[in-house]
Design a protein around this ligand. Structure first.
Ligand SMILES: C[S@@+](CC[C@H](N)C(=O)[O-])C[C@H]1O[C@@H](n2cnc3c(N)ncnc32)[C@H](O)[C@@H]1O
Length: 406
């Protein structure tokens, strides 16, 4: 039997996630502000976005997106007919969910774009590709379903995924890793692994529901890959990596030590790939698009200031009141983000505060600097802009693009 057929049978036996609670709460929520900030260079998705949920399971992800984007047109597809039947049954319980179109279909099928009906502003594919042989083929297919300015969100296992270690130990204890077995003995071995791994901050999974363990621990194939390998799979599928959620956290770790300039002139995408090699992830949350993001000319004293500065919307930036006279001094700025669960106070030079104050995407950095009564050394300017960009606080827009475009 082919691997994909074995995988389909696993989800037909135990749809994921299971239970009526998935109509109200999904286990996680896609950070839409991050998708717009990094995937779309700060441009917001239109009023009635088309969203494709690729590998929707029993519907939790699609229900969550419909709750948060009530005007979105959502199509949700999965190759497990039992999962789709369960999703449709749950859907009938809530009128607000009636617009979601649930379909049975294989993401690897060349007819997928025709089946799901055209192109989408956003495609989400969470917890799916790690179980698919030949993920590049599926990524190519998903790319064909994206609008030219659409964004693909991918949630996939990383090289440090807990299953890498636990699968190996269960196999040593004689378990057939192709087939899930609900024996207390199996849970005890997973608990043994949980206990040994807990100092590493890995999640405990011995108490997880059967449908989670049957797909995340057992099964014929689990691909736990580095960020570099996932980005390469997507590139072979014609998609460009835009950024990873966890790399923003890694940038924050090094920001306090003035180490971020070492990454210059890397894009967010390539800085993320580099940092992930130092600290491999458990799980990746990644964004891809059909085109690569234009790289600001970090080395060019003449061209960098021509780019326009725009706050991304991923953070709330609270600036001090404008000073009557600009001085060469530091001011307090509060930067917080619900998505990243942070709030911190920064001391910023006054010129940087004023750049952020005008960061609506309409002004070139050079024109803002010209209005200031002090001169800003280029080395300081690019260092601070690079830090703000890598943290996802600002985007720099190419001088040739229209203010609303990206
Ligand atoms: C772990 S579940 C994730 C479900 C959902 N994305 C979520 O996060 O709640 C993985 C889902 O991917 C589906 N799947 C795996 N391979 C697929 C393929 N080739 N085509 C369509 N669906 C697939 C499975 O049937 C299963 O429902």
């Amino acid at each position: 039997m082919k691997i994909s057929e074995k995988v389909r049978r696993i989800y037909d036996r135990r749809p994921y996630p299971c239970g009526a609670q998935s109509l109200k709460h999904s286990g996680w929520a896609l950070a839409l502000d991050w998708v717009d900030a990094i995937g779309r260079n700060g441009a917001q998705v239109g009023k009635t976005p088309r969203v494709l949920v690729a590998g929707c399971g029993a519907g939790a992800e699609a229900f969550d997106l419909q709750r948060r984007l009530p005007s979105a047109e959502i199509v949700a597809v999965d190759f497990s007919s039992r999962s789709i039947a369960l999703a449709k049954r749950l859907q009938r319980r809530s009128r607000k969910m009636s617009g979601i179109r649930f379909l049975t279909g294989d993401l690897g099928d060349r007819e997928l774009p025709a089946r799901v009906g055209g192109e989408f502003d956003l495609i989400t594919c969470h917890g799916v590709l790690s179980y698919i042989p030949g993920p590049s083929r599926v990524l190519k297919n998903l790319g064909r379903c994206l609008k030219p300015d659409g964004v693909l969100y991918l949630g996939v296992n990383g090289a440090a995924h807990v299953s890498t270690r636990i699968r190996h130990i269960l196999a040593i204890f004689g378990f057939d890793m192709n087939e899930y077995t609900e024996k207390s003995h199996m849970r005890d071995i997973v608990r043994l692994c949980d206990t040994v791994l807990s100092p590493e901050g890995l999640p405990s999974i011995s108490g997880a529901r059967a449908e989670f363990l049957s797909s995340d621990l057992f099964g014929p194939l689990i691909q736990n890959l580095t960020l570099a390998r996932w980005a390469e799979c997507a590139r072979r599928g014609g998609l460009h990596f835009r950024g990873s959620l966890s790399s923003i956290r890694l940038i924050r770790l090094i920001a306090g030590n003035d180490l971020v300039p070492l990454l210059m002139p890397r894009s967010r995408a390539s800085a993320g790939i580099l940092l992930e090699q130092i600290r491999p992830s458990q799980f990746h949350r990644l964004l891809f698009a059909r085109t690569s993001a234009p790289d600001p000319p970090w080395a060019s004293r003449g061209r960098l200031p021509e780019w326009r500065i725009k706050l991304t919307g991923l953070y709330r930036v609270r600036l001090p009141k404008p000073a009557r006279r600009m001085l060469d001094r530091l001011r307090k700025v509060t930067i917080s983000s619900v998505t990243l669960k942070i709030s911190s106070e920064w001391s910023m030079p006054e010129w940087e505060v004023e750049l952020l104050r005008s960061g609506d995407g309409r002004h070139q950095v050079a024109s803002l600097l010209r209005k200031m009564p002090l001169s800003v050394p280029f080395a300081d300017l690019r260092k601070q802009l690079f830090l703000l960009y890598q943290l996802g606080i600002i985007n720099l827009l190419h001088p040739g693009t229209a203010p609303g475009a990206y």
